[in-house]
Design a protein around this ligand. Structure first.
Ligand code: NDP
Length: 248
């Protein structure tokens, strides 16, 4: 089900957390995978995990997605290494939380640069290749925070809401070539990012989840694998929340 055999998938932020799980899942679905993360160590670890299961399936790239020149160079390298790209998952993301009153320009700029501009740059670098593919797919990992906001996360919420606008515009631009563009908005998923939250904040969040539990990375990868597969060919410009019912 939801087979990705012979596809090439580029996953950003694949050094840890949701991105690493996406890279492993897409490889298990049959895709060859470009594992992109900021640091060389984490992307190499993910690629080694994948190649341990399926030899010669993954290649690691250390790229800062917010760096325009680095992304353009990586895009060329990726296409040279894999021949073509079918699927791009813009997953790299960071938080720099704080109340607006105390938020520095740097906190704002760095979050917008990675979470929003990074998706724009990666798409620009790979779009020519993706648009030529018969079943091209772009998936942007947004967040429920982009839909409902959150005190202390104005920068993050703006970046994730921006990703939704970007998704819908790209979906309209690329529809003529049958390339679909969708966003996934996870709720609270257990990863390094959410492990950093204090217990009382976690308990408060849990009260707002109708299904009564935090999500796992597998909940997100299942949705992404579906959207990346031929089965989702008639779905574009959508935001799929994976949040235990937090936002409905
Ligand atoms: P993690 O913090 O566990 O991992 C983030 C990954 O992104 C790392 O591999 C990191 O690289 C990479 N990354 C960060 N900045 C850059 C950059 N500038 N260039 C390239 N790679 C970068 O995050 P999660 O797995 O929790 O989150 C993944 C995505 O899902 C994010 O976009 C996040 O906003 C979103 N999300 C997460 C939720 C959650 O509950 N966890 C909920 C909703 C959305 P490195 O390994 O090198 O540090």
């Amino acid at each position: 089900m939801f087979d990705l055999t012979d596809k090439v998938a580029v996953i950003t932020g694949a050094g840890r957390g949701i991105g690493r799980a996406l890279a492993l899942e897409f490889a298990r679905a049959g895709a060859r995978v470009a594992v992109v993360s900021r640091s060389e160590g984490t992307s190499a670890e993910t690629a080694a995990l994948i190649n341990g299961e399926r030899p010669d399936t993954a290649v690691a790239y250390a790229v800062d997605v917010a760096d325009s020149e680095a992304v353009a160079a990586a895009g060329k390298q990726l296409i040279a290494d894999f021949g073509a790209v079918d699927i791009l998952v813009n997953n790299a993301g960071i938080t720099r939380d704080g109340l607006l009153l105390r938020m520095s320009d740097d906190d704002w700029d760095s979050v917008l640069a990675t979470n929003l501009k990074g998706a724009f740059l990666m798409t620009k670098a790979l779009q020519r290749s993706i648009l030529k593919r018969p079943e091209g797919r772009i998936i942007n990992i947004s967040s429920v925070i982009g839909l409902i906001g959150n005190p202390g996360q104005a920068n993050y919420a703006a970046s994730k809401a921006g990703l939704i606008g970007l998704t819908k515009s790209m979906a309209r631009e690329f529809a003529g070539r049958k390339v679909t563009v969708n966003a996934i908005a996870p709720g609270f998923i257990q990863t390094d990012m959410t492990d950093a939250l204090p217990d009382n904040v976690r308990e408060e969040i849990l009260k707002k989840v109708p299904l009564g539990a935090f999500g796992t990375v597998d909940d997100v990868t299942a949705a992404a694998r579906f959207l990346a597969s031929p089965a989702a060919r008639y779905i574009t410009g959508q935001v799929l929340t994976v949040d235990g019912g937090m936002v409905m």
